[in-house]
Design a protein around this ligand. Structure first.
Ligand code: HEC
Length: 116
C-alpha cells in the first residue's frame, strides 16, 4: 500500500561515479533544497547527511506517506532508480520535480553522497 515500488529483481547497470563531478551536479540540481546538517530540526527538505545505507524517510522531515512508511534503506541501486524519477517509486512524493535522466550524472551524485 504505502510501500515504495522498487523492484528488487530489476537489473541496473550503474556506471562508475565521480564524487567531484557529483558534488558540482548536487550543488546545481539538489542544493537549493537539501543540505547535510545534523538532524536537529525539521528543514525544508530532509538532510542528506550520511544518507547512503540509512533508512528511507527517517529524518525529522515531514515526509510524504509513502516515503515515511518505506521500510527499506538507501542502496546504490534504489538511489539510482529514485533519482531518475522519484514519483515512479513514491507516488505521493514531495520531490516530484527533480528527474536526472543521465545515468552518469546519477552515478556521480551517488558517489558524492557516499563520500560524505
Ligand atoms: C525542490 C526541492 C528539492 C530538490 C531540488 C531535490 N529534492 Fe530531494 N527531496 C525533497 C523533498 C521535499 C524530499 C522529501 C520527499 C517526500 O517526503 O516524499 C526529498 C527527499 C529526498 C531523499 C530521501 C531522503 C530520506 O530521508 O530518505 C533523497 C535521497 C533526495 N531527496 C535526494 C535528492 C537529490 C540527490 C537531489 C538532486 C538530484 C534532490 N533530492 C533534489 C526536495 C528536493
Amino acid at each position: 500500500m504505502s510501500q515504495s515500488r522498487f523492484d528488487v529483481n530489476e537489473q541496473v547497470q550503474i556506471p562508475n561515479g565521480d564524487a567531484k563531478r557529483g558534488q558540482q551536479m548536487f550543488e546545481f540540481k539538489c542544493g537549493a533544497c537539501h543540505n547535510f546538517e545534523d538532524d536537529k530540526q525539521e528543514l525544508a527538505a530532509p538532510t542528506l547527511k550520511k544518507i547512503m545505507g540509512k533508512r528511507i524517510g527517517s529524518t525529522l522531515f515531514h515526509y510524504s506517506k509513502s516515503m515515511r512508511n518505506c521500510n527499506e534503506t538507501w542502496t546504490e541501486k534504489n538511489m539510482f532508480l529514485f533519482l531518475k524519477d522519484p514519483k515512479a517509486y513514491f507516488r505521493d512524493t514531495k520531490m516530484a520535480q527533480t528527474k536526472i535522466a543521465n545515468p552518469q550524472e546519477r552515478a556521480d551524485i551517488i558517489q558524492f553522497l557516499k563520500s560524505l
